[in-house]
Design a protein. Structure first.
Length: 342
């Protein structure tokens, strides 16, 4: 189940599209407390608001000319659905994929298939005036939707956190909700600022290994947006040197890397505990500092696997888990119950 632009991610339960290779700048800090770059980013994102009917080019290279505000939208990815709802467009959505489950209102929408198998007849029957696709969707499927006369706009997943507001900006412009997009970006800016307050006095960068429950030692490399999140959280991704988005690591390499903290992406507290116990039971892993000291952290897989607004909540949680000295983060000592965190 893969094509040129899509791979089942280690959190394949969410069918999250894989990022393409990118050389985007990772040096700047998004939304710093000083605020100057916040203003610069907002000005950049919304510089074209007065000319909001200007043609746009989507991330697949197609020219798109926004017309009247869309009244019937089909979303072909969960993160797109979340952004549409966040922009107040829930009542305009007529179809979503079977993986679109947030916000809960998305579950009530008509289903139009999945990432790789969109139901063309169903989509056509909904008479959408805008279909928003993702680079996870097969290009052939997107071209077929265009061939039957539908207006299709394609978005790509990003490699860094600031790609989220850029995606929001594009959706706001094609859906004619630029003011709402501006407000959403501002709220994310504030979330980021709040999350980074506790990092001001941090002088050490813990070495972190990120794991996905139920998928062995699958982890993230340099091309995953998680690598960017970990770097922003003032930590070192022990597998960040590897130029891949996701891959299977070896036990020998993990023992050699000796991370200070192991973050486990899991769907529930029970799954987290099972993942933690798996690490503690592996022969040789007692030599790993994180295992020996019980430094495991639970990260909710659902928001973490969606390249949308809730990724800022994921970042804030990473900061708390990696730097418990800045706040009572709930970083586990391996002994307390999952309920102790709430």
């Amino acid at each position: 189940m893969s094509n040129k632009y899509f791979r089942l991610q280690p959190f394949s339960r969410q069918l999250c599209p894989a990022p393409r290779n990118s050389k985007k700048d990772r040096e700047g800090v998004i939304f710093p407390a000083g605020g100057r770059l916040v203003a610069l980013l907002l000005l950049t994102l919304f510089a074209n608001i007065p000319g909001r009917c200007q043609t746009l080019r989507d991330d697949a290279g197609h020219v798109f000319a926004p017309g009247a505000p869309p009244e019937r939208i089909v979303s072909l990815a969960p993160n797109i659905t979340e952004i549409l709802f966040a922009l107040g467009l829930g009542d305009k959505i007529v179809g979503v994929t079977r993986y679109c489950d947030y916000p809960p209102a998305a579950l009530e929408k008509e289903k139009v298939g999945g990432f790789l198998d969109p139901d063309f007849e169903k989509i056509k029957s909904l008479t959408p005036d805008l279909v928003i696709g993702f680079r996870g969707n097969p290009l052939g499927a997107l071209e077929k939707l265009r061939s039957i006369g539908l207006s299709v706009f394609v978005l790509d997943i990003g490699n860094v956190l600031e790609d989220v507001p850029r995606t929001i900006d594009k959706i706001g412009r094609i859906a004619r909700r630029t003011e709402e997009a501006r407000a959403l970006v501002r709220s994310l800016s504030e979330k980021y600022r709040t999350a980074t307050i506790s990092l001001a006095g941090v002088t050490t960068k813990p070495r972190v290994f990120l794991s996905i429950h139920g998928l062995g030692l699958s982890t993230c490399g340099r091309e995953s947006y998680f690598n960017d999140l970990l770097e922003r959280a003032k930590s070192i991704n022990v597998t960040g040197r590897i130029p891949k988005p996701w891959f299977e690591y070896t036990k020998e390499s993990l023992i050699k890397d000796n991370p200070d903290v192991i973050i486990i992406l899991a769907k529930s507290g029970r799954d987290f505990e099972a993942g933690r116990d798996w690490f503690k039971a592996q022969p040789g892993f007692e030599a790993i500092k994180a295992v020996r000291q019980g430094r495991f952290g639970f990260l909710d897989e659902d928001p973490a696997s969606r390249f949308g607004p809730r990724l800022y909540d994921t970042f804030a949680e990473l900061v708390r888990l990696i730097h418990p000295e800045g706040e009572n983060s709930g970083l586990f000592d391996g002994q307390r119950s999952i309920e102790d965190r709430f």
